[in-house]
Design a binder for this molecule. Structure first.
Ligand SMILES: Nc1ncnc2c1ncn2[C@@H]1O[C@H](COP(=O)(O)OP(=O)(O)OP(=O)(O)O)[C@@H](O)[C@H]1O
Ligand SMILES: [Mg+2]
Length: 326
């Protein structure tokens, strides 16, 4: 299939997010544009505080407005979610877009068994009877590799390990057979062995069900395992976008370069680990020119004064840096 003609599930254009507070307005996102194609896993990477989760919250329309103010467009299967009513949005959230959060305890209800909670999803979103839903729940738990699912349906969330809870969350997110799954740091809280199992599971489910995934993480290793394409976020803007293989072997943005140099490698001594100098500025204090200017070893006067445009290097690779402009 010609990739450029692949069906678009999500098309975000010039997304801006502001929080209006008593002490003025803080801009969190500034002109985010990207696409997710059918069946693909797109990675969003970047350091803490760069706006990854807020982008997901905009798509899900889970931010309270006011104080949150969103501009731009978020087209999902051809319709702008920003124009949807609360009720239409509820329908989308339950049936077409699911989200997995970093901490499963925030999404699982501690006073109901995991079985009960999954049954509810099947009854509500697939119109099943209680009996059908009960059967389907055991199947769903089996699908995410929960051992002895007939027994575990009676567990309360706190009776399960972190990895198991995260797998229940995945089962729940997939129960409505969404077109798009947003996974926000789904494995960050898990140890590496369990993380590998959960990632494996997500890959299998994606291949089996053809779900498109927006995979948010600050872990470049996870991105290289999960995603074909990725976008690099910094201070509420996209710095670079391209195929993962290319971003890793041939990063163009100084920030992407920095992120990669900061990756620990086997055989490397800990005290030699590179860190990008400086820190992510807090929201509301982003530089007016290039947002990376204060940490960039290539920064020139122009970078302080003006914002670079997104430059297209080839069909799939774009970068926002003056070094490639003009
Ligand atoms: N209600 C709010 N009012 C003002 N600023 C907010 C609010 N919620 C979040 N922010 C700010 O928005 C920015 C982006 O936050 P976001 O949670 O999207 O970061 P992130 O990239 O997901 O980071 P992490 O990797 O730590 O999860 C941060 O600077 C954060 O402080
Ligand atoms: Mg986050």
């Amino acid at each position: 299939m010609n990739e450029t003609k692949a069906e678009m599930i999500l098309k975000i254009r010039d997304l801006k997010l502001f929080f209006d507070g008593d002490y003025g307005t803080t801009q969190i996102l500034n002109g985010i544009s990207f696409d997710v194609k059918k069946g693909e896993t797109l990675g969003i990477v970047g350091e803490s505080g760069c706006g990854k989760s807020m982008t997901a919250m905009c798509i899900m329309r889970l931010l309270k407005s006011p104080p949150a103010r969103i501009e731009g467009s978020i087209e999902f299967c051809g319709k702008d979610l920003l124009l949807f009513s609360k009720k239409e949005m509820q329908n989308v959230r339950g049936n077409e877009i699911s989200m997995i959060f970093q901490d499963p305890m925030t999404s699982l209800n501690p006073v109901f068994t995991v079985g009960n909670q999954l049954e509810e999803v099947f009854m509500l979103h697939q119109g099943m009877s209680r009996q059908e839903a009960r059967k389907q729940t055991v199947e769903a738990l089996r699908m995410v590799n929960i051992p002895m699912p007939e027994k575990r349906v009676k567990d309360y969330p706190h009776q399960m390990s972190g990895g198991m809870r995260q797998r229940v969350m995945i089962a729940m997110a997939l129960a409505c057979q969404p077109k798009l799954l947003i996974a926000d740091e789904p494995t960050t809280a898990l140890d590496v062995t369990i993380q590998a199992q959960v990632l494996d599971l997500m890959r299998n489910l994606r291949d089996e069900l053809g779900t498109s995934i927006l995979f948010i993480t600050h872990d470049l290793g996870v991105v290289s395992e999960m995603c074909e394409r990725a976008i690099v976020f910094y201070c509420g803007e996209i710095m670079e976008e391209g195929p993962v293989s290319e971003l890793f072997s041939n990063p163009k943005h100084p920030y992407t370069e920095g992120l990669l140099s900061a990756l620990p490698r086997i055989g490397q001594r800990k005290d030699k680990l590179y860190v990008i100098p400086g820190m992510v500025p807090p929201a509301g204090q982003f530089p007016t020119g290039c947002v990376f200017v204060e940490r960039c070893k290539y920064a020139k006067e122009r970078c302080h004064a003006e914002k670079p445009d997104m430059v297209r290097l080839d069909e799939k690779h774009t970068v926002k840096c003056f070094r490639y402009q003009d």
